[in-house]
Design a protein around this ligand. Sequence first.
Ligand code: SAH
Length: 356
Amino acid sequence: MREYFFKFISMTKKKDIRALTKEELRDFFVSKGEKPFRGNQVYEWLWSKSAHSFVDMSNISKEIRLMLEDQFVINHIKVDQMQKSNDGTIKNAIKLHDGFIVESVLIPTDKRTTACVSSQVGCSLNCTFCATAQLQKKRNLNPDEIYDQVVVINQQSKLYYGRKLTNIVFMGMGEPLMNYNNVLAAIEKITMDEGLGMSPKRITLSTSGIPKMIKKLADDDVKFNLAVSLHTAQEEIRKKIMPFSESFPLDDLKESLLYWYAKTKQKVSFEYVVWKGINDNQEAIDALIKFCKQVPSKVNLIEYNPIENSGFNQASPEIIKLYIETLEKNQIVVNVRKSRGKDIDAACGQLANKSS
Ligand code: SAH
């Protein structure tokens, strides 16, 4: 009886239509005796027009719409809560179809508006300075859930700042390379003409540094930018502050980045926070310089955003100045990234669903 019940449920459960590729949609229509171009039409409604219901699909006959409704659902995300920082940054708590919440951030500056999107619910890595790490990983986001965050932020950008989104960074919750296929599928939709038509040059994927997957990115010939959260080029210290890196020694990371550069000719950006008592000394600077000389790269010095009970503190301005001077003396490009949206916990490493 119980078995029959579950069989019945799985038979009646509607499929997520956005899990289908364009080809699969075309094939579906052919199997129903319809013309394949119906698949293209529905695909366009689902992606470039972001339709939330089959009723909206005005060039599709009522009969077909009812048939689709009978078999499929269109899952979509909802902005559950929106908070605006006094620097203009907007943080969204996004509710997924199964009730989980992730966060996505809109960061406006003079020249650009950037979307910072999440790739997982929580995170499976354990960086000791990051608030997201305190939430365990619940699940990976689907391609449509990643894509929809960009759509929502693009709409907010137009509404509040009168311009389209210019950049996307995968620096929200989660480790994008631990959700490889879905993140790449989302980027494909973001860049394709039937999606948002954005240039991959305006997209940056940030990883904590998983060598095997960095090599896979290079093999897959991706055209977007790569950032690695390095934070220290000293093995023992990295193992302490980013314990997962025990399994991924710096030599392997270096080798994967050399492979990335050989294939893509793109420099990696290293994200780097300087903390008191961790990497605020000459030895740490020397190690970073040595690493950067071995791997074609630039460095983004990120301001530390304090999180509760972490015990980490931002290093003194003097030592940060010394970092900048030493990097520049060694012809390594260095940018200093100021925190945005700190007052609403929207800055790097602060995403932890604290809004509610
Ligand atoms: N897992 C990926 C994507 C998250 S990006 C990665 O680690 O790259 C988030 C960025 O913010 C990473 O560079 C991360 O190291 C950094 N970060 C985490 N906690 C932070 C904090 N409290 N202050 C400043 N940056 C932080």
